[in-house]
Ligand binder design. Sequence first.
Ligand code: F6R
Length: 264
Amino acid sequence: MKVVILEDANEVARYGADIFERQLAHKADSVFGLATGSTPVALYRELIERHQRESLSFAGVTTFNLDEYLGLPPEHPQSYRYFMQQHLFDHIDIRPESTFVPSGDADHPIEACDEYEARIRNAGGIDVQLLGIGRNGHIGFNEPTSCLTSRTRIKTLTRETIDDNARFFGPDEEQPHLSITMGIGTIMESRLVVLLATGASKAQAVKAMVEGPVSAWCPASILQMHPSTVLIVDEAAAGGLSNPEFFKHIERENQALLTRLGMV
Ligand code: F6R
């Protein structure tokens, strides 16, 4: 796992956006796996700016979101489909029919999970999967104890995750306790995983992910087994790591090597 430690959340967003921009330069019809939550918002803002400023185009892109609340229709303001329209899709040139979010109001949600898997497969698999991380180490809505080879399915949210996400819901709004989420096995099949974490509240989860045992207690720790994962963190989220200087040293060495090879 490559660990990149940067000054602050803005730098994290820019570094992440650079990865997406490079991927688009290499493959205009890339398949992206996308996340919701607070963390990726700055990265999406950066991509929108690059679209407006530099005509970075998403016209050939297909996207698959990680998760959705079970029971919320797409037009519900707290649904993840609504979030994606607001924070990204409505501001770039992506074709609406190429954006997929698990269907929270499917008549047959179990079948819908299998169909989602088939759609990802038919699209050729995910080239770059963007992830955030929960304070309890979840990725997508794969909460602690999730099967490490799981596929897209219905998952029960933990009390901690419900409390963390309560900030998005009004006092009288009912907050779902169930979700549809891509599985850990689904995520592990992505060619490149880019996980962003910012803020001190993520420091323990980041430490468990990087240094802890690979364990269903910290679902993100399975990424130690992924051949191509980039973890991008700010100083605060890196605060629990035993040896952050080592990762900074590696990054400097990498940059020096790329410069020497004329690759930057
Ligand atoms: C969202 C998702 C979640 C979040 C995680 C962190 O689609 O899959 O795993 O990435 O809960 O959320 P924030 O960024 O709000 O701290």
